[in-house]
Design a protein around this ligand. Structure first.
Ligand code: ADP
Length: 470
């Protein structure tokens, strides 16, 4: 499975990225509009001043030279003014001076055009040692003669505008950073909030998985997409529950119904045997197969009861030592001297459970151990207390062991490690599945460890009897 970021993280990141982009766009927009407006204002002032100066100026020839007569330039205090002759000489300038040509490049540019196309223009001039200035270059044309007699450059410093723009930029950047941090936090919180209903469904699904209780339902609170997902999930559970119950009922009914005919067959076989009117080998085969089927049917019935959580159990405090000794004795009878069966119980151990069922489990484990241990081997049953309020009962052997690839499956129904070997012993592969169901019905656990050629150990944990709790 490809490792992916959680949807919640993706949502939070998306939210922050979109918000950051919106913030950036807003910032660029505000900055652009404000700077445009400020420059427009500056330009308007310059154009106004230029128009006023131009209207009071006059040009003409004096001794063959073009001259410009300007009004009192220092009346226009806010701006710096320069009058430039057609050939680029400065003819006059205001007292408020900048110690450099305002924008010779603009004049040069204008001079290159034919007189008819010379339109006033705005430029921004940067001087290395002075703040940038906004310059308005204006061709001075005689009103009557229509002759170009010079240029007027009107300028003002952009220092104020730049200072205001820098202040605005600093404000926008810091507000942007704060906004970004706040939006990340808000994004994470929003994503968490948006995903909470989905998480509730996931939790409910996991709870159903762990408790194996198909009767539970997801709590549907809203009618949105997530609510509908919850509804769909609940409907699926309804269907699954119905299917599962009908399957359980079917297995239980079949097992139950088959018990009677099997008993009748078995009775008739015994009758035929007593009457001596049938071939003994055939009768033995029929009797053997009938016994096997009877065992299978009762095992299936027990499993279906356990699945439905209706395994009949009579729980009581059980002293482990006599129970283990009893199982060891039966094990020794099964082993018939071929392997030795030992048992030991540390101290007085009391578990809370159904004695018959626990004995059934231990007998099954011991029977398996005896079956799979070669002559001369040892089968050991050990009982001990654990810290977690549980009693550990382990059945170990020095037998053939279980291959690692089979180990995870041995508790599955009808699973046999070596099909041919197990069939010879007559096992259907239900013994360990039943053992697991019984132990889990007690609130305990069972696990297996095995090394091929060395031996196998089954560990069973059962709740210790605690007088004040029961
Ligand atoms: P069965 O009724 O066929 O014995 P079980 O569920 O009891 O089925 O066991 C499942 C499989 O686990 C068996 O096929 C058997 O080969 C293997 N097994 C169980 N116990 C042992 C053991 N102590 N040593 C080796 N194999 C074992």
């Amino acid at each position: 499975m490809v490792e992916r970021m959680s949807i919640r993280t993706q949502l939070a990141i998306w939210y922050s990225v979109v918000f950051a982009l919106a913030l950036m766009l807003f910032g660029v927009g505000v900055y652009g509009i404000v700077s445009f407006t400020l420059i427009q204002q500056v330009d308007a002032t310059l154009a106004e001043s230029a128009a006023a100066i131009a209207s009071r100026s006059a040009g003409g020839f004096q001794g063959g030279e073009r001259v410009i007569r300007l009004p009192e330039l220092d009346l226009f205090r806010a701006v710096v003014v320069e009058a430039i002759s057609v050939d680029g000489q400065i003819l006059a300038s205001s007292i408020v001076n900048l110690n450099h040509h305002l924008d010779p490049a603009a004049v040069e540019l204008m001079r290159q055009k034919p007189v008819a196309e010379q339109q006033p223009m705005f430029t921004t001039a940067n001087h290395p040692k002075a703040p940038p200035i906004r310059v308005y270059t204006y061709p001075l044309v005689g009103q009557k003669s229509g002759q170009l007699f010079g240029y007027l450059q009107v300028a003002t410093s952009l220092e104020q505008v730049h200072r205001a723009m820098n202040g605005l930029l600093a404000t926008l950047v810091s507000a942007g950073i704060v906004g970004l941090i706040l939006s990340s936090v808000a994004g994470a919180a929003l994503a968490q909030r948006a995903m909470r209903p989905v998480e509730r469904i996931t939790d409910a699904a996991m709870e159903i998985y762990h408790t194996q209780d198909l009767g539970r339902r997801v709590d549907v609170r809203t009618n949105d997409e997530v609510g509908r997902l919850g509804l769909a999930f609940n409907e699926m559970l309804d269907r699954l529950g119905n299917l599962f119950r009908s399957q359980q009922r079917f297995v239980a009914d079949v097992s139950h119904e088959m018990r009677t005919p099997l008993t009748v067959i078995r009775g008739n076989v015994d009758l035929l045997r007593a009457m001596g009117c049938a071939d003994k080998e055939s009768l033995d085969a029929i009797a053997g197969e009938t016994d096997r089927m009877t065992r299978l049917v009762s095992d299936l019935l027990l499993l279906s009861q356990a699945d439905a959580g209706m395994l009949p159990m009579h729980c009581e405090p059980i002293n482990v030592a006599p129970l283990v000794a009893d199982v060891a004795r039966s094990g020794a009878i099964m082993a018939d001297g071929r392997v030795s069966v030992e048992s030991s119980v540390a101290g007085e151990l009391i578990v809370h459970g159904d004695a018959d069922r626990i004995k059934q489990v231990l007998l099954n484990l011991v029977e398996n151990a005896v079956k799979h241990t070669p002559t001369g081997g040892i089968v050991r049953i050990v009982g001990a207390n654990t810290d977690a309020g549980m009693v550990l009962l382990s059945v170990s052997d020095t037998g053939v062991g279980i291959p690692p690839e089979d180990l995870p499956h041995v508790f599955e129904r009808f699973y046999r490690v070596d099909k041919s070997r197990s069939r010879a012993y007559g096992g259907a592969g239900l013994g360990l599945a039943i053992a697991k169901s019984i132990i889990e019905a007690h609130g305990g656990d069972i696990e297996v460890q095995s090394v091929v050629g060395v031996g196998t150990t089954f560990n069973v944990w059962l709740p210790a009897y605690q007088p004040n709790l029961v």
